[in-house]
Design a protein around this ligand. Sequence first.
Ligand SMILES: [Mg+2]
Length: 367
Amino acid sequence: MQITDVTVRLVQSDCGRKWTLVQVYTDAGIVGIGEGTYSHKEFVVARMVEDLKGAIIGQDPFHSEAIYQRLFGGGREGYHTGGVMFTSAISGIDQALWDIKGKALNAPVCALLGGPRSARVPVYSHFGGRTPDDLVRDAQRVLAEGYNALKSDISIAESHGPKATRQQLKNIDAKYRALRAALGDDIQIMDDPHALFDPPTALEIARLIEPYHLLFFEEPTIPEDPDGYARVRAGTSTPIAGSERLTSKYRFNDFFRAGAVDIAQPDIVYIGGITEMKKVAALAETYQVTIAPHNTKGPVGIMAAAHVMAAIPNPLIQEMIAPSRIPWRNDVLKDPLVIEDSCLVVPDRPGLGVEFDERELKPHLVS
Ligand SMILES: [Mg+2]
């Protein structure tokens, strides 16, 4: 089989992002689909895919490892100088190659990766609010949508970083106290301050929220400082998560060796696709680190990450934008995304198992 063409389409979602859909065509008539969405830089990634296209036309789509190496290494045209928009483009192509393989072999991607069929991947969604009452009300709304795990940015919404005042710390404590009192102990809660605290402040907050048993405290400080993460992690029993912005196994290895995280959050798009995410999960396994993919993508990116989660030994939970925020998301799919008991059901269909209904998708396409 040979790759004959690569195209990109942008779909305007309701969350400010444009799903960046990469189609890879073959001489066997099989078309693979992948997603390279990098928020607010979608046109750049689309152009990057166009730029990489020449390096893969004529290649066998089954050679996904060699194609990843060729693209990441820059082939004859460059050398490891990429960055996140570069790896996002590679990811869109890589996912599409796995989709082609699954379709050609009539097997779901998770089965090709070593996982069971029809796996269920735990997922979480998001909530927010200004006051403790607002937060409780919004959390209950998300729980009613079928989730039992949810994340907000309470810590950073209160203080804005990089420091926090005594009063802001008290307010953070009051909000988590109200949430636990209202939701009980069995709901999983997470906090994401988007890397905006310095290490001493992050550590103070991580300690402050220990009584509320969060599933994790995410990106406590900047990812450029793995030692800062390690300093926070060493001083608290609150599990520390992070690494959504890292773009290769080499950076993840630096993170793990520093003892930066309990939970790694590779993004299937930024990391460069299924091929590289599987390797990051294996590296994490050697450090007893679990995987909680960052995922703010459309249906293709959601499923690409879920297929990997179904096949690795160290899955924890996957991020997923709740259906209520993009009410038409399932309408543009031939088969809807199914969430049961706060788990995403990985489709037992060939490839990634995501096909669009072209008529329904058309009004959402960016021309
Ligand atoms: Mg985050």
